[in-house]
Design a protein around this ligand. Structure first.
Ligand code: KIV
Length: 272
């Protein structure tokens, strides 16, 4: 007889069922301990390839390798027990063909045991999304500002500010939903367009800089904690963790220099 854990982990199907319901709460996460804290409050955690920028100091997400996503994905899975964990497919790991995407997405799922993957792109990824979902891999799509295309987009800027841009982005949303994506990230979309897409498509929209009209929201955890050196203007900083770290490190340095630290270690017991 098998014994089930008391907390059931959310699935891609659970997230899809939240369309039009209570707002879906999500954050990025890259390591076990912050994932464990966030797990109490979020519906899903995204191991985003933004980890290349906020944790590893790259200028863009482009250099991030698949192995790094898997390593962080495994850490987040160890920390989070309730939230669905979604792992981003990094640049170059899925665009070439549906077969390439399946090969690498299957590796991500096997090695991390996460519940879904995310990939960037609208119409151009329709065939790949269908290929993956038909073979058992839940896919979260990502349209609007897609950071892996930064070199062709020409910079980070809001998408859909003029009506002329709307049709293509609406078509992206329609195609990824029809191809079987269980939800779609709308990044940096003008509010009326995000609202229109959210009303039109049958899967939840997850906004980042795309207004409260979306079915759910995501932020990069380091950005909302006040830990990233460069934060987009639309991000509300809910914490001042960067400043708290600096205060702690400067106090530590001062204590060491004045020889007022440490106390001798009479025991290695851990604190309560
Ligand atoms: O990589 C990431 O963190 C993302 C979010 C911005 C949605 O894709």
């Amino acid at each position: 007889m098998s014994v089930h854990a008391s907390t059931k982990r959310l699935t891609a199907t659970d997230i899809a069922a939240r369309k039009g319901g209570d707002p879906i709460v999500s954050l990025t996460a890259y390591h076990a301990h912050t994932a464990a804290i966030a797990d109490k409050y979020v519906d899903f955690l995204l191991v985003g390839d933004s980890l290349g920028m906020v944790m590893h100091g790259f200028e863009t997400t482009l250099p991030v390798p698949l192995d790094l996503m898997i390593m962080h994905g495994r850490a987040v899975m160890r920390g989070a027990k309730h939230a669905l964990v979604v792992v981003d497919m990094p640049f170059g790991s899925y665009e070439e063909s549906p077969a390439q995407a399946f090969h690498n997405a299957a590796k991500v799922i096997k090695d991390t045991q996460c519940g879904a993957i995310k990939l960037e792109g609208g119409r151009r990824m329709g065939e790949t999304i269908r290929f993956l979902t038909e073979r058992g891999i839940p896919v979260m799509a990502h349209i609007g500002l897609t950071p892996q295309s930064i070199n062709t987009l020409g910079g980070f800027r809001t998408q859909g500010r003029t009506h002329a841009e709307w049709a293509a982005i609406e078509e992206d949303a329609r195609v990824v939903a029809e191809a079987g994506a269980f939800s779609v990230v709308l990044e940096a979309l003008a509010e009326p367009l995000a609202a229109k897409i959210t009303k039109t498509i049958p899967i939840p929209t997850i906004g980042i800089g795309a207004s409260a009209a979306c079915d759910g929201q995501i932020l990069v955890m380091e950005d909302m904690l006040g830990l990233s050196p460069r934060v987009p203007k639309f991000v509300k900083e809910f914490g001042e963790v960067g400043k708290a770290i600096e205060r702690a490190i400067s106090s530590y340095a001062a204590d060491v220099r004045s020889r007022s630290f440490p106390e001798p270690a009479n025991t290695y017991d851990v604190k309560d």
